[in-house]
Design a protein around this ligand. Structure first.
Ligand SMILES: N[C@@H](CCC(=O)N[C@@H](CS)C(=O)NCC(=O)O)C(=O)O
Length: 262
């Protein structure tokens, strides 16, 4: 049932959000209308009852579709799939059931492998209270392994599914960008180690709406000091961080990067 809201979606987000990139990219690619609501992790707003009633996992992102009875959708790849119902020309999705199954496979691979492994590497590299080298080693190896899986598949094809850019490709962009820039260290070169991923990633980053979202997120003014995903402010994190962690602080406003030059 259409509500009288002038925009279709409310997107619940945080300034440090990684999974939100794919959602903002798809909303902008499809020209859908939305308003963002930035939660205050410092105040643990994402754990409050009103939010957890809607989003039981108490995390971001989440989406409310005001033009469909305020339907709530969460888990970023489920959100991508939900939004595809509004992609009436199938610009970024596929209709053939075999291809749909392939698309689902990549979406599940992204959310069960890429997201968690890269996420744990970020956690143990920057946020964990004690240094645990074996955990960093384990998740570094997993991150490289996942890049390797993608690189092998992209050796003889331009896109993951159906010879066109789909939500399967979009789902991987932000984690790959962050991992290539920060997680694997200063000497890591995506184009040297995983040239097929680098080519695919550069093509994705060059899409105008993708570039727009990265620029928007870099400039996002949340009206308060930027927070890390832990809720800690940027300046308090900066005062105690060293080495790679210090670089991660600079990474917070997500800058675009020319990976083909690296
Ligand atoms: N699998 C989920 C991951 C959601 C997630 O881990 N969100 C993080 C930020 S990217 C979060 O809300 N962290 C805050 C917390 O754990 O309290 C998705 O893809 O949406």
């Amino acid at each position: 049932m259409p509500s009288d809201s002038s925009y279709q979606f409310t997107v619940y987000n945080h300034e440090s959000g990684v999974n939100i990139f794919k959602i903002l990219i798809l909303l902008n690619e499809l020209g859908l209308t939305y308003k963002e609501r930035l939660l205050d992790f410092g105040k643990k707003e994402h754990k409050e009852e009103w939010y957890c009633k809607m989003m039981p996992n108490g995390r971001i992102p989440a989406l409310v579709d005001h033009w469909n009875d305020d339907k709530v959708v969460w888990e970023s790849n489920a959100m991508l799939k939900y939004l595809c119902r509004y992609d009436t020309e199938k610009r970024l999705t596929v209709s053939n059931p075999e291809l749909q199954s392939e698309m689902d496979t990549w979406l599940f691979f992204q959310s069960s492998h890429q997201g968690p492994m890269y996420g744990q590497l970020q956690w143990f590299s920057f946020y964990h209270e004690e240094a645990i080298p074996s955990a960093v080693h384990r998740y570094t190896a997993e991150t490289r392994r996942i890049f390797g899986v993608l690189d092998r598949v992209l050796q003889d094809r331009e896109w993951l599914v159906g010879n066109k850019c789909t939500i399967a490709d979009i789902a991987f962009i932000k984690c790959n960008e962050y991992a290539a820039r920060y997680l694997l260290g200063d000497n890591f070169s995506l184009s040297k180690e995983f040239p097929n991923v680098a080519r695919w990633h550069s093509t994705l980053m060059a899409r105008p709406k993708v570039a727009w979202v990265f620029k928007y997120k870099a400039e996002q003014d949340c009206g308060r000091e930027r927070q890390h995903v832990t809720g800690e402010t940027l300046s308090s994190f900066a005062s105690r961080a060293t080495g790679l962690s210090k670089k991660a602080i600079l990474a917070q406003p997500a800058a675009t990067v020319n990976l083909s030059a690296s």
